[in-house]
Design a protein around this ligand. Structure first.
Ligand SMILES: CC(C)(COP(=O)(O)OP(=O)(O)OC[C@H]1O[C@@H](n2cnc3c(N)ncnc32)[C@H](O)[C@@H]1OP(=O)(O)O)[C@@H](O)C(=O)NCCC(=O)NCCS
Length: 139
């Protein structure tokens, strides 16, 4: 089977795309103004784009020094199971590693939707008492 061609692009996601992606996977609907502010106030976001269409996204929120949280990791249902979600999370982790203070130990957290924990475990996260966590020593 031919490999799916897509690219990951930083910080181009529009609020309308975000709302569309959330709706496509049955996540809670949010008003446009709230989503616009959320995107502005977050640390970083990445979009997966296939043939000009946004097919996936992921966001980082947090303080950019000690704590980062993965939010809204979404791949459209018809594009799931092709490695896009994994690449989105790895892109977010790469951003963290390139912007955190060298020589520090940092914590990446997330709250997994029930049943999606194995997806994050494959990416290095562990299930803790208060959600999923990944500790990284920044070189
Ligand atoms: C969770 C989600 C982002 C995964 O994206 P995806 O593109 O389908 O995942 P990938 O194809 O990159 O999968 C990466 C690996 O995780 C595994 N995986 C993915 N979802 C899994 C699940 N629910 N249970 C077990 N393993 C899973 C894949 O089999 C793959 O394993 P491999 O690397 O050994 O081949 C996607 O299913 C999604 O958008 N779901 C709806 C929204 C959602 O629930 N988001 C999570 C919010 S916490």
């Amino acid at each position: 089977m031919e490999e799916l061609q897509y690219e990951l692009v930083d910080n181009v996601l529009r609020a309308e795309d975000f709302i569309h992606l959330k709706a496509a996977v049955g996540m809670i609907d949010r008003p446009l103004g709230q989503v616009e502010k959320a995107l502005r106030n977050g640390l970083f976001h990445v979009s997966a784009i296939c043939d000009g269409k946004i097919v996936g996204m992921g966001r980082l929120v947090g303080d950019g020094a000690m704590y980062w949280y993965l939010q809204d990791i979404i791949v459209l249902p018809e594009y799931q199971g092709k490695g896009i979600g994994k690449n989105i999370v790895n892109r977010l982790l790469k951003h963290i590693k390139s912007t955190a203070i060298p020589g520090t130990k940092i914590e990446v957290g997330l709250t997994s939707v029930k049943g999606k924990e194995p997806f994050y475990e494959k990416l290095g996260f562990s299930i803790g008492a208060t959600g999923m966590r990944l500790w990284i020593e920044i070189e």
